[in-house]
Design a protein around this ligand. Structure first.
Ligand SMILES: Cc1ncc(COP(=O)(O)O)c(C=O)c1O
Length: 406
């Protein structure tokens, strides 16, 4: 059995007719498309730093940005750095992009159930300097308490930026995540098999990223596209697929040796020289062809299979699969992340170790974020995982005894 961590690309997708509907934020007038989501985050923050460029004059966001500048006072007002509230549990790429754009960050705590701590956020809003924006991450498909957060943002005069990098296709009460804030970012390649793709959407403002993008090189698209197809082959024929992937990696090493520059994907870091790279045309084509309702249904089905087998046997993150949630992974609590990941890999189950580190400035010994960094492992339940494979994963977790005790 081989269960890939991420969705794989069935090559027939390339030849399918376009589907009837595409979900938010695809095709929206306020969307701009980048090679990776962090490029969009950078452009958004840069525009807010430089006094609300990209937000219409007279809009709430422009007024807030101007207020922050003036609050700093004097002739140096233009140099004021906007302060953004950000979660202490984070990937790192979003943080590096915000910092590179000139934002100052103030960390707020995320609880063990992956919800943000609203009381702590409210308190942090009252410290000086007052924050300009709240950066809110919807973790692995679950909505944050968005209605309460919207009202807090209104009360405290904060621009709400939703990070939906892990929550494409998820909804709250019938409304897509990413439509509640002034801005939202998405990372498409985490949910669907495209070789790259991040979106910045501006809901009621001019998108600050639309003029920035330039096409990425063909060689940057070819490698990840082939990788997605080879993983699809491997999920059908372990021996053949593995051999092809090994050969592909050797070609990659040769290209690297010959200094053929490719843009990385799925990496950690922020490279300002790549910040204008756009999503490749093949992604636009593929995105029109996926069956999004089926993707969501399969993810929810697999989540339930794993949950039913694990409940009562290992500790579970306190999350309910409410209507509208499209889970990115099954959040598996394990005793030891690296050992669990290696043991499961030995049984053909690839997992993702979100997020072992993060900005050292955010670290608080004993915090829930530290607990999550140590114990939360992401188990694949995506659309290419069959019900049998989901059941196999859950049974192997129990057999290997890697789960945190219930
Ligand atoms: C929560 C979150 N936000 C933003 C990003 C940035 O996404 P990308 O890698 O597409 O730049 C990531 C992943 O890297 C992430 O996990």
């Amino acid at each position: 059995m081989y269960i890939p961590a991420w969705p794989v690309l069935n090559p027939t997708s390339l030849f399918k007719p376009a589907g009837a509907t595409i979900p938010f934020p695809l095709g929206c007038p306020g969307s701009s498309y980048f090679y990776v989501a962090r490029n969009g985050i950078y452009h958004l923050m840069k525009s807010l730093v430089s006094c609300g460029v990209g937000v219409p004059a007279g809009s709430k966001e422009a007024a807030q940005a101007a207020y922050r500048r003036d609050a700093d006072g004097g002739p140096d007002a233009q140099k004021a750095e906007p302060l953004v509230l950000v979660p202490d549990y984070h990937h790192g790429n979003e943080i590096y992009a915000l910092k590179a754009a000139g934002a100052k960050l103030r960390y707020y705590p995320v609880k063990k159930n992956l919800d943000v701590d609203l009381d702590a956020i409210a308190d942090l809003c009252d410290l000086e300097p007052k924050p300009l924006a709240l950066y809110l991450t919807h973790f692995i498909g679950w909505p944050q308490p968005i209605i309460e957060i919207q009202s807090l943002c209104n009360r405290k005069n904060l621009i709400l930026i939703e990070d939906c990098a892990l929550s494409f296709l998820s909804e709250f009460e019938g409304r897509p995540l990413g439509t509640f804030g002034a801005y939202a970012v998405f990372c498409l390649y985490k949910t669907v098999p495209v070789p790259n793709g991040g979106v910045l959407v501006a809901n009621n403002a001019v998108n600050p990223g639309t003029t920035a993008v330039r096409p990425c090189s063909a060689v940057s698209v070819t490698g990840p596209s082939i990788d997605l197809i080879l993983r699809w082959i491997r999920s059908r024929n372990e021996f053949f697929g593995r051999a092809l992937l090994t050969a592909k990696r050797a070609i990659g090493r040769t290209l690297t040796g010959a200094n053929v520059r490719r843009l990385p994907i799925g990496d950690t870091g922020f490279d300002i020289s790549n910040v204008n790279a756009g999503m490749s045309p093949i992604c636009h084509t593929l995105l029109g062809r996926f069956g999004y309702e089926e993707i969501k249904e399969r993810r929810r089905r697999n989540f339930r299979i794993v949950e039913n087998l694990l409940r009562g046997n290992v500790a579970l993150v306190d999350k309910t699969l409410n209507d509208g949630v499209c889970p990115l992974f099954f959040p598996l609590l394990v005793k030891h992340k690296q050992i669990a990941a290696a043991s499961l890999a030995g049984r053909g189950i690839e997992t993702v170790e979100f997020w072992n580190s993060g900005d050292p400035q955010s670290h608080q010994p004993g915090s829930s974020a530290e607990f999550l960094r140590r114990h939360l492992l992401e188990l694949p339940i995506h659309q290419d995982v069959t019900p049998e494979a989901a059941e196999y994963s859950a049974k192997e977790i129990l057999k290997l005894d890697v789960g945190l005790a219930a």
